[in-house]
Design a protein. Structure first.
Length: 591
């Protein structure tokens, strides 16, 4: 037996293939969709699926509804404890593994675990470790679009001639991803990817919520409680609102009208499909524009396109297929349960079969040739359609670019900044023992690039930025022209998140996020000479005292350090942090 698992943002799907090659979905509460949510109670026990969602009714602060979205964070604060993201993912995977063993009567001989095509080494490492902790062995990792293409050909029986590409349009809960998957002699190969990290099913749920808000805008106090709940009852109401919005969105894919109850406002609304599609149209138009740009960049013509396959739960929305058909001139293929496609197709990827003799201790996952080249994180874009991040190089094992990567002790580091609702990349070095950071800023302006490799290439190939004054810069720049800078997890900073988390109760603060963002914010303020921001962050300021307290809270166990944080005026801190982020954002030039 073999097990295929698609760990999704909202739901996880497992498909069990028996020795006779028949495939059946694993069921949880009579559904093939296991909620990816996890909940940690005061006894530190972690629940999954519907159990986690039920537990959240009593203790909302213990719920993490979307662990996949937290894959870069390292840890998550649930209730009174900090939990490793690897452990949270492993808890969900272990539920699938246990059910597969129960249904099959024995452990599966192999596991195929899917992942987004744009994921690189670090994110794949989270899955690798989580699968091992879940007891899965042996494990093969395959990109989600390659699994979808295998389903298209093997299960639907649709022809994909050699050299032709299938467009896999994946509108999942967390993100939108689109890929061109070409049929090669050895199987399917992801030749180009694009995506939008700010559009997914959750964002379409937000469209429903925004529509409800527009119809009840006079209930400002109720909406303030729904937006920033402080009590358990308000947190429960917020969760009920968003669950209702998701249900209404899904119902509108089958019917022309859906009802939505808005708690706290205490009103029942009628939402029509026409209203929903009008509000969602700008988001869906961007996904279509991203698809077209990906195909153009990859050089995939209509004549060499074998089809357009819609996967992901939100691809059921009728407007999706209509817009794609109108723009591409190809009728998309969509099935009744698109959520099951990836897990099922993963079992039909050539080369993933592992004989039962391979059973043994947890083995390191292997990655077939379908892993994409040069994975890049989809970049949030403005409301108007903009070109998507694409890759079109030949594949490389674990996403290492064929150009190579600098050594781990290389003194120039790639930095990812989330600010102003966008994600950009720059480079940084520490040339002296004092720890003063130097960026590739040009005077008081900081260029941020949409793709990681662009930041290094620009710094190495241009003059006039601050790094050119660093000792031996010419030698460093020469190395950067022949090898990529890796993006290490510790060099990802979210400058937008501190003011959001500081608005909440101190027990919910993301301590590590605020501390790490404070480090890079102070470095940027110094490098860009932003006097007003320095006055907010400097020694003795409330934000400086907060930084000291947060560092103490990280060291003290069992929440005692957190209780000390209650003395702070968290709304004033949030306002100050937001001003710092805005001042830095004003100095950014987006490339």
């Amino acid at each position: 037996m073999r097990l295929g698992v698609d760990f999704g943002t909202s739901n996880t799907v497992g498909m069990l293939q028996r020795p006779d090659r028949s495939v059946t979905p694993l069921l949880f509460d009579s559904s093939p969709l296991l909620s990816s949510a996890v909940h940690a109670g005061p006894d530190a026990a972690v629940l999954t699926g519907a159990d986690a969602e039920r537990a959240a009714l009593a203790r909302p602060d213990g719920l993490e509804p979307h662990p996949k979205r937290r894959v870069d964070d390292g840890t998550a604060w649930l209730g009174e404890r900090e939990h490793s993201i690897v452990d949270l993912v492993a808890t969900v995977l272990s539920r699938e593994w246990a059910e597969a063993c129960r249904v099959g009567g024995a452990p599966p001989s192999a596991v195929v675990l899917t992942h987004p095509a744009v994921w690189g080494r670090t994110r794949l490492g989270v899955f690798t470790e989580a699968a091992a902790r879940a007891g899965m062995s042996p494990v093969t990792l395959v990109p989600e679009p390659a699994a979808a293409a295998a389903y298209f050909a093997a299960i639907l029986g649709r022809e994909v001639p050699p050299g032709h590409a299938l467009v896999v349009y994946d509108l999942g809960a967390g993100t939108f991803d689109v890929s061109a998957v070409r049929r090669e002699a050895h199987g399917f190969e992801v030749v180009a990817t694009g995506g939008l990290s700010d559009i997914g099913g959750l964002d379409l749920d937000a469209v429903v919520v925004a529509h409800a808000r527009s119809l009840t805008e006079r209930a400002r106090d109720a909406w303030a409680r729904l937006d920033w709940p402080e009590t358990t009852a308000d947190q429960r109401a917020r969760r009920d609102l968003w669950l209702g919005a998701r249900a209404a969105k899904e119902l509108l894919s089958r019917h022309v009208q859906a009802d939505l109850h808005v708690p706290l406002v205490d009103v029942d609304l009628h939402v029509t499909r026409a209203e929903f599609e009008a509000a969602a149209r700008p988001l869906l138009d961007r996904t279509v524009a991203t698809t077209v740009e990906m195909l153009r960049s990859a050089g995939v013509t209509r004549e060499r396109t074998a089809g357009v396959f819609l996967v992901g739960g939100s691809s059921r929305i009728p407007l999706v297929a209509a817009l794609l058909h109108r723009r591409l001139g190809i009728a998309p293929t969509v099935i009744d349960q698109p959520e099951l496609v990836v897990a099922h197709g993963a079992l039909h990827i050539p080369g993933t079969e592992i004989p039962p003799a391979a059973m043994g201790p947890a083995a390191a996952p292997t990655v077939p040739r379908t892993t994409p080249a040069t994975p890049t994180r989809p970049t949030p874009t403005p409301a108007t359609p903009t070109p998507a991040t694409t890759t079109s190089q030949r594949p490389a094992v674990l996403g290492i670019p064929p150009r190579g990567v600098v050594s781990s002790d290389f003194p120039v580091h790639l930095v990812e900044l989330t600010i102003g609702g966008r994600v950009g990349y720059t480079v940084r070095t520490y040339p002296d023992d004092g720890g003063t950071a130097v960026f590739a800023n040009e005077g008081d302006r900081l260029p941020l690039f949409a793709r990681p490799e662009q930041a290094g290439d620009h710094a190495a190939g241009t003059d006039g930025h601050a790094m050119t004054a660093v000792l031996h810069w010419e030698s460093l720049a020469e190395t950067m022209t022949t090898a990529f800078l890796p993006l290490l997890p510790r060099n990802r900073y979210r400058l937008d998140l501190p003011p959001v988390t500081l608005e909440r109760h101190p027990k919910e603060w993301l301590v590590d996020v605020v501390v790490e963002a404070g480090i890079v914010a102070r470095e940027l303020v110094n490098a860009l000479d932003i006097d007003e921001a320095y006055a907010l962050l400097g020694e003795g300021t409330p934000l400086d005292r907060l930084d000291d307290a947060l560092r103490v809270a990280r060291r003290i166990p069992f929440g005692r350090g957190r209780r000390e944080l209650r003395a702070f005026d968290h709304r004033a801190l949030a306002a100050a942090w937001r001003r710092v982020a805005d001042l830095i954002d004003d100095r950014v030039d987006w490339w």
